[in-house]
Design a protein around this ligand. Structure first.
Ligand SMILES: Nc1ncnc2c1ncn2[C@@H]1O[C@H](COP(=O)(O)OP(=O)(O)O)[C@@H](O)[C@H]1O
Ligand SMILES: [Mg+2]
Length: 254
């Protein structure tokens, strides 16, 4: 059965989307079947795979509203070995439209249950908030992977995030686990990155990945070409780091 991993952090710009795209592509390169679910109305994971997000009939929005089936909205082989449930700005309204929906925290989980046997990994890119969409992702997930940007305010909001994970575990999804914390945009030229890593490690009693994602301009460029890093620049430090992260994620499971 596919392992469902939610990539979450309510802070924007910490590397959730970059991790969703490149971890998925790296897992696929290692022979895993992967489904990526974009639950951010910004749709950056969708466009990062080269999909024209504003011309889609069926997206995560139609799926959550029950207007299409999960099979209807999967774009198969968006990248070799990777299927994607896309998103676009329409999704921004879903929260209000589902205000009175019954068991609305479980909508995504129910849909994923139909297809999780078809994949080794289902990677959910979350929006930068602790909204109903993120709660849906955590309720559907086996684990939460938290990217943390190596910057001065790295710890800010983390306790709130851990608290949300614990609440979901208590009330909605008792099996929910922490996949781990991954440091992103690490800059070896500055002391700050190192200090942030040391500080977070000393404060946060969570699993932390050995792999650290460096700040690498190729990772920032790749989405504008609609390619994951292992296609855009397979020899870059960014590509190597996401391949190593994929190895760790695979190892976590054993
Ligand atoms: N390791 C990295 N090196 C360089 N730029 C990065 C790296 N990770 C992310 N970025 C860039 O930082 C910005 C925010 O990253 P993104 O993955 O979109 O964060 P989030 O999804 O958490 O908002 C994007 O412009 C992205 O290209
Ligand atoms: Mg994002």
């Amino acid at each position: 059965m596919g392992r469902v991993i939610a990539i979450a952090n309510q802070k924007g710009g910490v590397g959730k989307t970059t991790t969703s795209i490149n971890l998925s592509a790296a897992l696929a390169e290692k022979g895993k079947k992967v489904l990526v679910i974009d639950t951010d109305p910004q749709g950056n994971t969708t466009s990062g795979f080269g999909i024209e997000k504003n011309e889609l009939e069926n997206t995560i929005y139609e799926l959550l509203l029950g207007e299409c089936t999960v099979q209807d909205c999967i774009i198969k082989d968006a990248y070799p070995g990777v299927g994607i449930i896309p998103s676009n700005v329409n999704l921004a309204a879903v929260e209000i439209e589902l205000l009175d929906a019954e068991k609305r925290e479980f909508i995504l989980k129910k849909e994923i249950d139909w297809i999780r046997d078809d994949y080794d990994y289902v990677i959910i890119d979350c929006p930068p908030s602790l909204s109903m969409l993120t709660v849906n992702a955590m309720t559907a997930a086996d684990s939460v992977l938290v990217p943390i940007q190596c910057e001065y305010y790295a710890l800010e909001g983390l306790s709130q995030l851990i608290h949300t994970v614990n609440l979901v575990k208590e009330r909605l999804n008792p099996e929910l686990d922490m996949e781990g914390v991954v440091f992103t945009m690490y800059d070896a030229r500055t002391n700050l990155s190192l200090q942030v890593v040391e500080n977070v490690k000393s404060v946060l009693k969570q699993k932390i990945f050995d792999t650290v994602i460096p700040r690498n301009v190729r990772l920032a460029e790749a989405p504008s070409y609609g390619m994951p890093i292992n296609k855009y620049d397979p020899k870059s430090a960014g590509a190597e780091s996401y391949a190593a992260l994929a190895d760790e994620v695979i190892k976590n499971r054993r």
